[in-house]
Design a protein around this ligand. Structure first.
Ligand code: SAM
Ligand code: 2KA
Ligand code: SF4
Ligand code: MG
Length: 246
């Protein structure tokens, strides 16, 4: 990949919005999404396979940071806005340049990542959402890497942890995360069983299943007298299902 004035060329799966951030600490906030292509994980229930599976790489575009910012500015009408970096795992790539020139334009930057790869530029973010993966994902948490991410971020961004919960094992994992990091805001998100491609985008979602897991989670917290996490659904999934670009 070629170098540019503000860093590496970025591999972008999609840029869309303005929509609202549907998950975690920034839920409800107007935002544009920059979704990168490529991930070091393969979560069993990943809802963004089009940004993970190399099968879709022909739909990914190589863009300079300047070109990404131009697109953000076009979508925001040049009004300063929250930019949500997601993927795939955006931490595979170098976002230092985009964050720098984006801040100059008045934008704020939030990153969604699983905490498997740490970067110096995490310190320049406004929000860092770390989402280590529970047992149902089929992935193993690298706790040392997660701690490196926290160290790299330092006092720069607001940090939150967000755990997807499908079942009892995931809930026990979330409790472990809460015990390990008592001073970091914790969000629990009920899992959404996504249908497999190619019908993924248009297939109806199991809203009742998500609601059932939400109610179950709220009961678990009450029974366990565990009052620190916040429980939130994926608001965009309730509004638009698994549609892309919202
Ligand atoms: C698609 S991931 C991309 C960013 C990064 N790779 C990560 O996992 O944090 C964005 C968020 O969606 C969550 N997510 C993915 N699939 C999901 C599903 N089926 N149900 C609920 N949340 C899901 C992830 O846990 C993560 O918090
Ligand atoms: N509206 C909306 N909110 C989101 N929050 C996290 C998302 C993601 O896929 O990373 C996402 C997304 O794709 N859309
Ligand atoms: S880490 Fe995130 S993008 Fe990668 S497979 Fe898991 S949920 Fe999908
Ligand atoms: Mg998503």
């Amino acid at each position: 990949m070629k170098s540019t004035a503000v860093g590496e060329v970025l591999r972008i799966a999609e840029i869309f919005g303005p929509t609202i951030q549907g998950e975690g600490p920034l839920i409800g906030q107007p935002t544009v999404f920059v979704r990168t292509g490529g991930c070091d994980y393969r979560c069993m229930w990943c809802d963004s396979l089009h940004a993970v599976d190399p099968h879709y790489r022909h739909d990914w575009t190589a863009m300079s940071a300047e070109a990404v910012l131009e697109r953000i500015n076009m979508l925001s009408g040049d009004v300063p806005l929250l930019v949500s970096l997601s993927g795939g795992n955006p931490a595979i790539q170098d976002f230092a340049g985009l964050i720098r020139i984006g801040h100059t334009a008045g934008h704020r930057f939030a990153l969604e990542t699983q905490g498997s790869i740490c970067r110096d530029w995490f310190a320049a973010l406004n929000n860092l959402v770390l989402s280590p993966k529970p047992p149902s994902s089929g992935m193993q948490t690298d706790w040392a890497a997660l701690e490196d991410c926290l160290r790299a971020a330092g006092d720069g961004p607001e940090i939150a942890l967000k755990i997807v919960v499908f079942n009892e094992d995931d809930y026990a994992y979330a409790r472990g995360v809460g015990a390990r990091y008592p001073h970091i805001s914790l969000y629990l998100q009920p899992g959404n069983h996504t249908p497999p491609p190619p019908e993924a985008e248009d297939a109806p979602i199991d809203v009742e299943g998500v609601m059932e897991r939400m109610r179950w989670l709220v009961n678990k917290l009450a029974e366990d007298r565990w009052f620190t996490p916040r429980v939130l659904p994926q608001l965009h999934v309730l509004l638009w299902g698994n549609k892309r670009g919202v």
